[in-house]
Design a protein around this ligand. Structure first.
Ligand code: ZN
Length: 316
């Protein structure tokens, strides 16, 4: 039903311009010349590429921030219209918020990285995380997100991590995750998930809580589980290293195209092993996807723009 509705909407937007996105609605502004306007709009829709989106970036990272203007300029020139910058903790969330106020292309996602979510407990327990950073208590970190939720484009990254976090801390990690999912659902915001080694449990919790507007970022579990996730209507965003990843290539080939998005996770997971990643690289993934699907890049861009709009309710 959901997919059928989407298909109908796509057909309508292809054939009768509805004035969404960056294409001006000539049929209205030209008045009596509305037929000409409609024809022009349809022609533009066919000829203009849809903007791409990077749904998972870390532009606050010390390797990207000092050259941010150049990074954003390259992204725009590569056809990127939206970059969802994901926060990790209150300090990072604050920086994400400030960047989004300065640069309209940056959409702010506020979160609590699942390792950060138990870092205070881990340090009290004598365990640590190699990436040195401040530890926060749950009320403080989740309180920050609650206080700023109206300004969030999405909530993320949040989730479960069993790679860096040992089992004694999993209950606390799940408790924080549930609070953040509930907060996102109450505010009707899409959720961006990070999970490592605990994919199945994260899915159980999201289904039990009835979360529907979800993107799984850089999914590292089995492709079969990715298919189950897609069957539940969640999105999966594919990073820019897809061309050299067998698993992401298989996901692009076999998952429903309506359930896929593009991301970078920059500065990590770039297409070139030795270079930092950046949002412009989603254009290279789009090129790769066109090769895999046997379609044009423009069709790939349109597919991803539609998927983005279904999850985030705006065009990229
Ligand atoms: Zn991330």
């Amino acid at each position: 039903m959901f997919l059928f509705g989407f298909h109908v909407r796509r057909v309508i937007s292809r054939h009768i311009t509805v004035g969404v996105g960056p294409i001006p609605d000539f049929s209205r502004s030209l008045g009596h010349r509305s037929l000409l306007g409609a024809v022009l709009s349809v022609a533009m829709r066919y000829s203009c590429a849809m903007p791409l989106a990077d749904v998972h970036a870390h532009l606050t990272h010390e390797r990207l921030l000092p050259q941010l203007d150049a990074v954003l300029d390259r992204a725009e020139r590569a056809g990127v219209g939206s970059i969802i910058c994901n926060g990790l903790n209150p300090v990072d969330n604050q920086r994400v918020l400030e960047l989004s106020q300065r640069y309209p292309i940056i959409k702010p996602a506020f979160g609590w990285y699942p390792v950060d979510a138990v870092l205070a407990d881990m340090r009290r327990g004598g365990d640590d995380y190699p990436d040195q950073r401040d530890a926060w208590e749950a009320d403080e970190a989740i309180g920050w997100v609650a206080e700023h939720v109206d300004r969030a484009f999405a909530i993320g990254e949040i989730g479960l991590d069993g790679y860096w976090v040992k089992e004694p801390y999993w209950d606390a990690q799940e408790a924080a995750f549930r609070r953040l999912v509930a907060l996102a659902m109450d505010a009707d915001k899409a959720i961006i998930i990070h999970t490592r080694k605990r994919e199945r449990r994260a899915l159980e919790i999201l289904l039990e809580m009835g979360a529907k507007r979800v993107d799984w970022h850089c999914f590292g579990g089995k492709v079969k589980l990715a298919r189950t996730i897609a069957e539940h209507g969640h999105m999966l965003s594919i990073p820019a290293n897809a061309r050299r990843s067998e698993s992401f290539t298989r996901m692009l080939q076999t998952l429903p195209r309506e359930q896929l998005l593009l991301e970078t996770d920059c500065p990590y997971l770039g297409p070139d092993r030795d270079a930092d990643n950046e949002p412009a690289n989603v254009a290279r993934t789009a090129q790769y996807v066109a090769e895999l699907w046997g379609t044009t890049v423009a069709e790939v861009e349109e597919q991803f723009a539609g998927n983005f709009e279904r999850l985030f309710r705006v065009r990229p």
